[in-house]
Design a protein around this ligand. Structure first.
Ligand code: UT7
Length: 317
């Protein structure tokens, strides 16, 4: 048994921070950020939390699906930047939307939403769960070191969500993890135990940009080839690729190496930057609402990042 997506939603906070705004904080330029990353502006929260974004994206997905919160059997949220470890983002959403089903969070950094979606597919395959809400939500501005120009210019805040139900639309997937803190690491709050003698690292994103870049390009290319083969399809069968929005140059390289035209890659990084686990579901929602998708279109959703991790799936729309 497989799934189909029956509704999507997204939410980004109102405040727009442009590249020129960032020049007031750090030594950077609009030209460098546009050319090296492809970002023009990002949304940054002034008051709301990742869990609150998640509620708004979820309500939109529910409305789009036509089902009520009471019909949800499970909520799974991916987040690395919630204000609270407990309640979970999924648990907070459950309360706010008036659902009563189980709810839990997963964490696989930028690949988190696709790990959560794959988990939802497994629950649906068990036959006990009919409708599952899957969310990616991040307030990355909380875990960015705003004095580090190599990271603070690339991240943004937002949330995306989708509701999946029984169907035949999940054609193939692949999850990958290589436990490693040398390339990307995000230390959590160190605590105040008087007995702990280990090092307390600052709770901000550390990233070796160039190593991450190489990993990302290689992974998008190999992941998409792998699942296309798994599904018995060819690259030409893919109508759209919805990639993690980390750097437009990563997408350009992937397009060239796969021989898939750039216009098949959905790109919105210029507006939102890299929103980690929220990036794929925000892009999926925008693509779905653009009216470009036809029933039966094959979509490849692909993400990569901290872990190190990557995840990919083929969806039939
Ligand atoms: O979501 C998780 C996955 N993340 C990713 O996929 C990110 C992958 N990596 C990247 O997108 C890129 O590596 C970055 C955007 C992070 C950095 O771009 P880069 O082209 O790899 O730059 P770099 O780190 O090689 O730095 C080149 C130069 C350096 O100056 P020097 O040493 O050549 O004088 C940096 O200090 O650019 C400088 N630089 C900046 N200059 C202006 C670094 N950040 C900035 C900045 N503004 N914000």
């Amino acid at each position: 048994m497989s799934i189909k997506v029956i509704g999507t939603g997204a939410y980004v906070p109102e405040k727009i921070v442009t590249n020129d705004d960032l020049k007031k904080l750090i030594d950077t330029s609009d030209e460098w950020i546009r050319q090296r990353v492809g970002i023009e502006e990002r949304r940054i929260s002034t008051e709301e939390t990742a869990a609150e974004f998640a509620v708004k994206a979820s309500m939109q997905a529910l409305e789009d699906s036509g089902i009520s919160a009471g019909e949800l059997d499970l909520i799974i949220a991916a987040s690395i930047s919630s204000e609270t470890v407990c309640p979970t983002v999924a648990g907070f959403v459950q309360k706010e939307i008036g659902a009563s089903c189980p709810a839990f969070d997963v964490n696989s950094a930028c690949s988190g939403f696709l790990f959560a979606l794959d988990t939802a597919v497994s629950y649906i395959a068990r036959g006990e769960y009919k409708n599952i809400l899957v969310i990616g939500s991040e307030r990355l501005s909380k875990i960015v070191d705003w004095s580090d120009r190599s990271t603070c210019v690339i991240f943004g805040d937002g949330a995306g969500a989708c509701i999946v139900s029984k169907g035949d639309g999940y054609l193939a997937s692949n999850l990958y993890t290589k436990g490693d803190d040398g390339v990307i690491s995000i230390p959590a709050y160190g605590g105040s135990s008087p007995f702990y003698t280990g090092v307390h690292k600052a709770p901000y994103i550390f990233m070796d940009g160039q190593e991450t870049f190489k990993f990302a390009v290689n992974k998008i290319v190999s992941d998409i080839k792998l699942i296309t083969e798994k599904a018995g399809l060819t690259l030409d069968d893919i109508a759209y690729i919805v990639p993690h929005q980390a750097n437009v140059r990563i997408i350009d390289f992937a397009s060239k190496r796969l021989g898939i035209p750039k216009d098949k890659f959905f790109v919105n990084i210029q507006k939102y930057g890299n929103t980690s686990s929220a990036s794929v579901p925000i892009a999926l929602d925008e693509l779905a609402r653009s009216g470009k998708l036809k029933s039966g279109d094959i979509l490849a959703l692909t993400a990569f990042g901290g872990g190190l991790s990557s995840a990919v799936c083929l969806l039939k729309w």
